[in-house]
Design a protein around this ligand. Structure first.
Ligand SMILES: Nc1nc2c(ncn2[C@@H]2O[C@H](COP(=O)(O)OP(=O)(O)OP(=O)(O)O)[C@@H](O)[C@H]2O)c(=O)[nH]1
Ligand SMILES: [Mg+2]
Length: 441
């Protein structure tokens, strides 16, 4: 497909609004915009303008701004027309633009051009798409980090060190002396070990960032009647799940998408787990157990009024939090429940502590702290594959295999890291990345 075509699309939502933006990009953008506005457009100047159709009928009036190449989002000639926000107005302007020779943009085509013209790398453009789609404050903060190049910077730092190691190997290949080779192996082994640790750290941060975009799943579990549904309602501040004093009230998994200290959460309320349940409840328990399998964190709810004094609260499971509910019914001399959190779903006591504990468990800092950078499944996949080649390279180095084999593993690892920023991205992957974006992006 030729990149010299001029493209246009609505960059804002297509509904009713005070204003909307129609974006034109490509070599004929200015010429077309002049015909629509009947104006000479000065670069980066907000022109108040009437927008005309091909029969010189007035469609609307608004603002037109011309961004000359290469100082535009796409790096091409760009004009933004800002009419009033109405779908019929948009359609008439776009029709007029189409008749003047610009075609409608494909999904993500503006971003693709920005990438091809070197305006932003792939992670930055993906971050813009993630920022637009962010469903929580933390997700938006992390997307901004990547948009500003924080993720790419980390990848680049690793790439630089990788290139150093490769250069070192290449240099030692020119010498036949055994001690030079031994020394090279030692250095390569040491540096590769350090670099693997750094990639693992990067992977953890990226994984958190990817999770932030999609949201964390938290499951409430425990015996019947301990107050899971009451806690569910208290945490999402809605009257969503049915609460009664009859054990076995909840059967289906009840789900709510919410924000918790700025973190996107899918909270699941489940059936109380007990031995002798009737048929429907049994199915509920099966569903509760499957929900626990996909959970990022599990909150075990206990009823404080039913606990024996010697109950052992020690939390042994890694992604679990234990809460002791109904604190409002407990005596003042109730023993502090170790690592468990004393709460009352009824009065709200202890819920702030629980919220903080959940953030800690998910390793996400509260919103005023720095968020991890956003990442996508394909980034995680690339980091994973890169690590595999590092492991193989390390193995070959230690097994005294020819250094050429080590060099080859590292060459592949470098190419994989390059896929993240788009430096070495095959065309079909680019198509896959950009076609996932929305039209007008
Ligand atoms: N006093 C007091 N009562 C509570 C509290 N939390 C829940 N309850 C009561 O305990 C009973 C059971 O509450 P639910 O929230 O339905 O309990 P559940 O764990 O969802 O029960 P199942 O769905 O049957 O498994 C209800 O009568 C609630 O009003 C609390 O913190 N304090
Ligand atoms: Mg319930």
């Amino acid at each position: 497909m030729s990149k010299t075509e001029t493209i246009c699309a609505l960059a804002t939502p297509s509904g009713n609004a005070s204003v909307g933006i129609i974006r034109l990009s490509g070599p004929c953008a200015l010429e077309i915009a002049k015909k629509v506005t009947h104006k000479d457009l000065t670069p980066r100047y907000a022109h108040f303008s009437v927008f005309f159709d091909q029969d010189n009928d007035v469609i609307d009036q608004g603002i037109a701004i011309y961004f000359p190449a290469p100082n535009s989002f796409t790096g091409e000639e760009v004009v933004e027309l800002q009419p009033h926000g109405n779908p019929y107005v948009y359609q008439r302007i776009i029709n007029a633009i189409n008749k003047l020779g610009a075609r409608h943009a494909l999904a993500g085509e503006f971003s693709e051009r920005a990438f091809i013209n070197g305006k932003l790398d792939l992670t930055q453009l993906e971050a813009i798409a993630d920022l637009i789609a962010s469903g929580s404050e933390q997700a938006a903060r992390s997307a901004v980090q990547s948009m500003q190049g924080k993720f790419s910077e980390q990848v680049q730092l690793i790439l630089n060190q990788l290139i150093q190691i490769r250069t070192h190997i290449e240099a030692s290949l020119d010498f036949a002396e055994e001690d030079i080779e031994t020394e090279a192996r030692e250095i390569v082994s040491k540096k590769l070990t350090t670099l693997s640790t750094e990639i693992n750290v990067l992977f953890d941060i990226a994984q958190k960032g990817a999770k932030l975009q999609k949201g964390f799943t938290i499951v409430l579990t425990g015996s019947p009647n301990v107050g899971k549904s009451s806690l569910f309602n208290a945490l999402c501040v809605q009257d969503r799940a049915i609460v009664t004093n009859i054990p076995g009230t909840t059967r289906d998994v009840v789900s709510v998408d919410m924000e918790l200290n700025g973190i996107p959460i899918r909270l699941l309320d489940t059936a109380g787990i007990r031995e002798h349940a009737e048929q429907i409840e049994q199915e509920g328990i099966v569903r509760a157990k499957s929900a626990m399998e996909i959970a990022d964190a599990i909150i075990h709810v206990l009823d404080g009024t039913e606990l024996a004094a010697e109950h052992n609260f020690e939390n042994t499971v890694e992604n679990n939090i234990t809460v002791v509910n109904k604190s409002d019914l407990l005596d003042n001399d109730f023993n502090q429940p170790g690592k468990a959190i004393l709460i009352s779903a009824k009065t709200g006591q202890g819920l702030d502590k629980l919220r903080n504990q959940i953030c800690q468990l998910l390793h996400i800092q509260p919103s005023e702290q720095q968020a991890p950078f956003s990442a996508r499944a394909r980034h995680l996949d690339a980091l994973r594959r890169c690590l595999q080649h590092f492991e193989r390279a390390l193995d070959q180095t230690n097994k005294l295999s020819p250094l050429e084999l080590v060099a080859e593993e590292l060459r592949i690892a470098q190419q994989i890291l390059g896929e993240i920023t788009g430096e070495f991205t095959p065309d079909d992957l680019l198509d896959y990345v950009f076609r996932e974006f929305c039209i007008g992006k």
